[in-house]
Design a protein around this ligand. Structure first.
Ligand code: MF3
Ligand code: CO
Ligand code: CO
Length: 271
């Protein structure tokens, strides 16, 4: 197969392990850089569609394509999920105001490889309980990542996340999960953010997937609004999410979407 055929191919098998690793590292790094770029733009007065535009321009400037754009009819380059929105918020004319919390979820396709990551951003000063939820959600992601290694299972990840969230009197959203990714956006295995140790799919070295827990201050129940996308907590309680794209290794994992500027979680101290 020619290089041209290859760049259009969705089949992972058409690529060597080195090519695949290089592709996933590049896509992950660019995705993290887009999230870094957005930090200084999240402030009162900015519309969610302004953030969407900035992310689109960043992608195109770097030879990448935002995967959400026209994905199953999604109208946006990123997801912008505010306050009690759990995920899949559609960018629009909503203006950010002091005290809001927003999740920005960026998925970039670079040379056919996907990087998928999201972070929470505070708008100005936020409440102590919002700060606490964000800290707990970050800790959930990190505890999920910490148990990943060749020989562990998806249930080990889910259990690590669920048990911590519930120990903090928070709840885990059940309707959405992490996913395999690579040449495609969403593939097997499903990474549930709840479960029992030793159950589910065994993890093997080289597997690439996301972990992306959604954690609510109140009850776990969600509903999807009439736009067909926006998922919100039924009790209108605050929700938070962080997401990384990773690859399983013999002794742990490699995180593809780590911030090069150490802006993985708030407070975002930029010098
Ligand atoms: N980035 C989301 C995820 O983590 C998916 C967004 S799909 C979209 O899987 F269409 F809503 F953008
Ligand atoms: Co994802
Ligand atoms: Co995502």
């Amino acid at each position: 197969m020619s290089t041209l055929d290859k760049s259009a191919s969705l089949n992972e098998e058409d690529f060597s392990q080195e090519e695949r690793l290089e592709g996933m590292r590049l896509a992950g790094r660019l995705t993290a850089e887009a999230l870094d770029m957005l930090v200084e733009h999240v402030k009162p007065g900015v519309r969610t569609k302004d953030l969407d535009r900035l992310a689109l321009e960043f992608a195109l400037d770097h030879g990448a394509i935002p995967a959400p754009l026209n994905y199953r009819g999604f109208k946006g380059s990123i997801c912008t999920s505010l306050n009690h929105v759990v995920c899949h918020g559609i960018p629009g004319s909503r203006v950010l105001k002091e005290g809001d919390t927003i999740n920005l979820d960026v998925t970039l396709i670079k040379d056919g490889w996907h990087g998928d990551s999201s972070r929470m951003y505070p708008v100005g000063e936020i409440s102590r309980k919002a700060e606490r939820l964000i800290d707990i959600t970050w800790e959930c992601l990190m505890r999920g990542i910490a148990v990943v290694r060749d020989g562990a299972t998806t249930g080990d990840i889910g259990h690590a996340i669920q048990s911590y969230a519930e120990s903090q009197n928070c709840s885990i959203v059940r309707e959405f999960c992490g996913h395999g990714l690579g040449r495609r956006f969403h593939t097997q295995p499903n990474i549930l953010h709840y479960g029992d140790p030793g159950t589910g799919t065994p993890l093997t070295t080289g597997m690439c997937f996301t972990i992306e827990p959604m954690v609510n201050l109140g009850r776990a129940d969600v509903k999807v609004l009439g736009d067909g996308w926006t998922a919100v907590t039924r009790d209108k309680s605050l929700s938070a999410q962080f997401e990384h794209s990773i690859m399983v290794t013999d002794s742990g994992c490699e995180i593809f979407t780590k911030s090069p500027k150490n802006l993985d979680k708030p407070p975002y101290v930029t010098l």
